[in-house]
Every structure is written in C-alpha cells, then in structure tokens.
Ligand binder design. Structure first.
Ligand code: SF4
Ligand code: SF4
Length: 292
C-alpha cells in the first residue's frame, strides 16, 4: 500500500505526520521524501544513508554537421527548447522536458541524447523504516522529472512487499499531483485556521478527480474555528485523526523529534490513524482485485 501525505500549503505538519506514521507502521515500510524542492523527512527519521546517485534527464544535443536546418525539431517541441533561425540551431536544456520528440522526428538523425543534471536520489535505513528521497539541484526549475525517477526506484524497492509513506510536496500544482497520483490513499493534513481551510479546499478540489480514497488529519486541533469540520462533513471526507495544539508537540517539532515517540497517547493516535488508513484503502484494493 502507498500512502501519500499531502497538504494544500506548507507548514501544516505534513512531514511530522508522515514521519510518525512510518515510525509506528507494523510491517516493512519505506519513508519516501518526494518533496524534492525542500526535502526534510530525513530531519525526523535520521536515516543512515546507504547510497546515493546523481539523477539526470535526457536533453537533445545537435550535431550541426548533419543538420539541414529543416525545423522539424522546433516544430514538434511544445516548450520552445529547441529553435532554428536560418542557419542557426539553438537548444535550451533548462526548458527541455525530455520528451524525445525532437530526436524522433529529425530526418538526419542529427540529434543525440545528452544529459541535464536534475539532482540527487539517496536511500538508506532509519531503524526498521527504509528511506528514499530526492533532492532537486539548486537552480533546477522542474521537479516532476526527478520525482518520476524517485518513484521508479520506489517501484523497484516495493517489489519486496513493503508499504510506503510518501511525504508529498505541499500545494496543488503539478509536483503535488504527480506525487500522489499512484497512491492507494491520500491523507490531507491541515490546520483549522482560515489559511489552512482555504488551501485544504483547493487540495480537495485538485485531488478528488484522481478518484483515490482520501481522509483528513487536523493538526493543531483547537486553533481557529470549525470551518474545516463543516467542510469535511459537507464533502463526506472522513477526519481520520486530530493532533492537538500542544506546546510539547511544538517543542518536539523544533527539535526534529517524532510526535508518535512523545507519549503513549500520541503513539496511539497514529496507530489508530494507521488502522483507519487501512480501512479506507480496502474498497479501492478490492476493486482493483475485481478488475484484475
Ligand atoms: S530536425 Fe534535425 S535536421 Fe531538422 S533542424 Fe532539427 S536537428 Fe536539424
Ligand atoms: S526532448 Fe522534447 S522538450 Fe526537449 S527539446 Fe526535444 S522536443 Fe523539446
């Protein structure tokens, strides 16, 4: 089972929830940081890193000796990453999405695959929790290509039967949707403040078309008002856990400690959340089995 922990905005406690869930999970589990622009799951899990590799994507390299400047490559590129102006051909690797279209259409076979560095993928172990993370290169604008490579490695690692808890990027743009789209369950973490509720609604709208089982976790419960509860009731979205607005939790967060380790009560909150996640996943998994 893959569980994505997402949020409509940063700072809701998404990563602390993901770290606590991974820690109390009662079977083989991987903690996966797909928030590649600002990865910080490692700050909570403190994994021993076993290996890492630089991640690249394929970009075009033109052999001008073969090029006839026909313009077919520029015509097919949807991102203006390759341009032909008279007898000059220009490539813009930073704008390339790596689709390979230009290489496929070049009649002279003048374009070969080059590489653009995306960032780094690392893996390791934090106690009984496996760890996998991507970190985007500083200055790299596109995170989905790196996320796809992290997810490809995750697929290999899940061949051993582990579950995965994904710390997804905050927000509702392409990286966030990319992170959660292959999940069995999406957890939306929010806080009951006006900002939290507004962004939570956006996240619900963005992720609902994916058709995944979804549940909410209300962090800092006791703050703000009851708008989040009314919204969830109206939409039929189950609230799977509430984490209180508590000084001990805030202090633990500031020290990179895991909430579930703070007390038996907090641990029980996450054990109950885990069980509710499994219940939520059951219909979709049986539906998949029926379609298999
Ligand atoms: S498609 Fe090939 S031959 Fe035509 S302009 Fe592009 S690189 Fe040159
Ligand atoms: S690989 Fe795709 S995005 Fe990149 S330059 Fe070629 S056509 Fe454009």
């Amino acid at each position: 089972m893959i569980v994505s922990v997402a949020s409509g905005k940063g700072g809701t406690g998404k990563t602390t929830v993901a770290a606590s869930l991974a820690t109390i999970w009662d079977g083989p589990v991987l903690g996966v940081d797909l928030d590649v622009e600002e990865p910080n799951l490692h700050l909570f899990l403190q994994p021993a890193i076993a290996g890492s590799e630089t991640a690249y994507m394929t970009v075009p390299v033109v052999d001008e000796a073969k090029c006839t400047y026909c313009g077919a490559c520029a015509d097919i590129c949807q991102f203006a990453a390759i341009n032909v102006m008279g007898q000059v051909i220009l490539t813009f690797p930073e704008m390339c999405h790596g689709c390979g279209g230009c290489m496929a259409v070049c009649p002279e076979k003048a374009i070969s695959p080059g590489q653009r560095e995306l960032g780094e993928i690392s893996w390791g172990q934090a106690g009984k929790v496996g760890f996998l993370a991507g970190r985007l290169r500083v200055g790299e604008a596109m995170s989905p290509p790196l996320m796809r490579l992290v997810k490809a490695r995750l697929d290999q690692m899940l061949a051993n039967g582990e579950d995965a808890i994904i710390d997804a990027p905050p927000g509702v743009s392409c990286p966030a949707v990319n992170a959660v789209m292959d999940s069995d369950v999406i957890l939306l973490v929010t806080e009951p403040t006006p900002f939290g509720v507004y962004d939570f609604q956006l996240a619900w709208e963005a992720f609902t078309p994916l058709g995944k089982p979804m549940g909410a976790v209300v962090n800092r419960a006791g703050l703000g008002n009851d708008a989040i509860y009314r919204f969830c009731q109206e939409k039929g979205l189950p609230i799977l856990a509430e984490i209180p607005y508590d000084r001990a939790i805030a202090e633990a967060y500031s020290r990179g400690r895991i909430i579930a380790d703070l007390s038996p009560e907090f641990r029980e909150t996450f054990v109950t959340l885990r069980d509710k996640i499994r219940d939520l996943a059951k219909p979709s998994r049986s539906q998949e089995a029926a379609h298999a």
